[in-house]
Design a protein around this ligand. Structure first.
Ligand code: FAD
Length: 286
């Protein structure tokens, strides 16, 4: 291990501004948060970058705050912290459920939401919930800061709109989930420590037997996690009956493009995604 570690450099800045200076002045240096993805790559001998900036201790990127309109949390918020926050539990239960089904306790204590977003796995478990909740993310560099919608941030497999010198510092969720039904399912080989074959997060509102609106997001079925906007449009304003559900399923399969891989088959993923949509929509009637 020691000869391997000799090839790497890790610096620990004392503040966010110092970390941003380090990123600006060391092109090629990458942030090191909880390290749960990076350490796996190190162990496998696949850690491409050599220089790392340890952001774990930056208090500016921690904490969960609520205003009248949003809940905002630091990108270093861990899965354990997500699960124990009362506002997140009450208003954003899908994020808490995703956190509780991510890895085991050690990963939940160390893995961060920011790292999960930037690692950009299409099979990651918190992005479907974050997308369904219309999350926005804050990107900061020495050049300034910007809030951008999380929707559209990932543009292709492991591709995203973040500059080399930017840190993802905070994530915020609009507090507009009142009256909605929340539906989150992670389908994997077993109940714990399994990567998703399909991950499904959805919100829906009904009035007088009609669907007012839905937000439907599916993971592990395309190069990026997919917000199924066409299916949402198909459902808006419709009476919730068998015909509507069938039409929605037809739309869903056009929006996803699952592949065969070591964890599952394309066919299975199509079928499970449809089953989960049916289960979600049927549950809206209750
Ligand atoms: C055994 C095991 C089980 C797991 N199970 C699951 C699971 O069930 N579901 C799931 O979704 N994931 C799972 N993971 C993946 C992992 O835990 C998450 O992706 C984790 O959230 C990454 O966060 P981190 O802080 O550890 O990131 P790190 O490993 O520190 O970094 C990951 C990447 O993000 C970058 N980065 C991190 N933070 C920032 C930031 N704030 N700004 C800019 N760039 C940043 C790093 O440079 C790196 O490229 C598992 C991992 C392991 C090892």
């Amino acid at each position: 291990m020691m000869p391997l570690l000799d090839r790497y450099q890790l610096v620990t800045p004392a503040s966010l501004s110092e970390a941003l200076d380090d990123l600006a002045t060391h092109p090629g240096a990458r942030p090191f948060a909880g390290g749960t993805d990076l350490m796996v790559l190190l162990e496998a001998g696949k850690l491409a970058h050599r220089d790392y900036i340890n952001i774990w201790g930056l208090q500016e990127m921690r904490g969960i705050e609520a205003s009248n309109t949003h809940v905002t949390f630091g990108a270093l918020t861990t899965y354990t912290q997500v699960q124990s926050d009362p506002i997140l539990r009450r208003e954003f239960p899908m994020l808490c459920q995703a956190a509780s089904e991510t890895g085991g306790l050690a990963i939940q204590n160390r893995g961060t939401l920011g790292g999960n977003i930037i690692n950009a796995s299409p099979a990651a478990d918190s992005p479907p919930a974050l997308l369904a909740y219309d999350a926005e993310i804050e990107l900061v560099s020495t050049r300034g800061s910007r809030w951008v919608p999380y929707q559209g941030f990932h543009t292709g497999y492991k591709q995203m709109q973040i500059a080399e010198d930017e840190l993802l510092t905070r994530i915020r969720l609009p507090r507009n989930t009142a009256d909605a039904k929340h539906y989150y399912r992670k389908v994997g080989t077993r109940k714990a420590q399994a990567i998703s074959k399909v991950c499904f997060a959805a919100l829906g509102r009904m009035r007088d037997g009609h669907i007012i609106d839905t937000r439907i997001v599916v993971g592990s079925v395309a190069p990026i996690v997919v917000r199924c906007v066409q299916t949402e449009n198909t459902l808006r304003g419709q009476k919730l009956d068998e015909q509507t559900i069938e039409t929605a399923c037809d739309s869903l399969v056009r929006e996803i493009s699952p592949i065969d891989d070591v964890r599952s088959t394309s066919r299975y993923r199509f079928q499970v995604a449809k089953n989960l949509l049916v289960d979600f929509l049927t549950g809206l009637q209750d």
